[in-house]
Write a protein that binds this ligand. Structure first.
Ligand SMILES: Nc1nc2c(ncn2[C@@H]2O[C@H](COP(=O)(O)OP(=O)(O)O)[C@@H](O)[C@H]2O)c(=O)[nH]1
Ligand SMILES: Nc1ncnc2c1ncn2[C@@H]1O[C@H](COP(=O)(O)OP(=O)(O)O)[C@@H](O)[C@H]1O
Length: 204
């Protein structure tokens, strides 16, 4: 039987660079993990594609999936639902591959309850001024939404204590390297590999 894959969760405040860092990770060489595409009820932005950036759905469709237990987690964030479809995650982990989620902190905490042996990585901004200027520069939100996102961000940074790792996103390529090193070393943790040796140890 092949070993179950690792569930890797990248989270952190909106605007810290989760999407940017995740894309850079998947564009870089030597990744052995699969990205789980999220589902959302928010509007598609210019340049985004259905089934690539997100699965874009109506509120009714999303709520139906919640009620039928088809989401690993979901969160309502600045007026829209965002969630992780369960089947893809389970099937991919069962096939022995690692799955990478990029989600906000409420959802990450729900995943932690359900999958406590996941790898929880918190992406931090160098400071709050830099976080605000990243959200403003991105130019996708009006000022009211930006203020709302900053308020949420303060509470979100406080959630860092519940994670296994904190990675500062000062430079994208540095953050990418740090995250890839974390994922690699997680595979060598004794609690993850011990079962392979248990039989051998018993027979020795
Ligand atoms: N809980 C949860 N959050 C998600 C999921 N997909 C994306 N998000 C998060 O939802 C927040 C808003 O996403 P989005 O509107 O795309 O904005 P952006 O990531 O700031 O560009 C971000 O913090 C995303 O990381 C998901 O499947 N579940
Ligand atoms: N290390 C970085 N240095 C400077 N700007 C960054 C960095 N990482 C991301 N950004 C910029 O910050 C903005 C928010 O990034 P994004 O990936 O959308 O964040 P999130 O997915 O966490 O909401 C984008 O304009 C992005 O280009």
């Amino acid at each position: 039987m092949s070993e179950r894959g690792l569930l890797i969760v990248l989270s952190g405040p909106s605007g810290v660079g989760k999407g940017t860092v995740r894309k850079a990770i998947f564009d870089s060489e030597g990744n052995e993990f699969e990205y789980s595409i999220s589902m959302t009820t928010r509007q598609m932005r210019t340049g985004e594609k259905e089934g690539v950036d997100y699965f874009f759905r109506s509120r009714e469709e999303f709520e139906e999936l919640i009620q039928t237990g088809k989401m690993l987690e979901y969160a309502e964030y600045v007026g829209n639902y965002y969630g992780t479809p369960l089947d893809y995650v389970n099937q991919t982990l069962d096939s022995g591959k690692d799955v990478f989620l990029e989600i906000e902190v409420q959802g990450a905490m729900k995943v932690k309850e359900k999958v406590p042996d996941g790898v929880f990585i918190f992406l931090t901004p160098p400071d709050f001024d830099e976080l605000k200027s990243r959200i403003v520069n991105r130019g996708t939100d009006d000022m009211a939404v930006i203020d709302e996102r900053m308020k949420v961000a303060r509470e979100e940074v406080d959630m860092m204590r519940h994670y296994d790792y904190a990675v500062v996103n000062d430079k994208v390529d540095l953050a990418v390297d740090r995250i890839k090193k974390i994922i690699e070393s997680e595979h060598y943790r004794v609690d993850r590999v011990i079962h392979r040796y248990e039989k051998m140890l018993k027979e020795f």
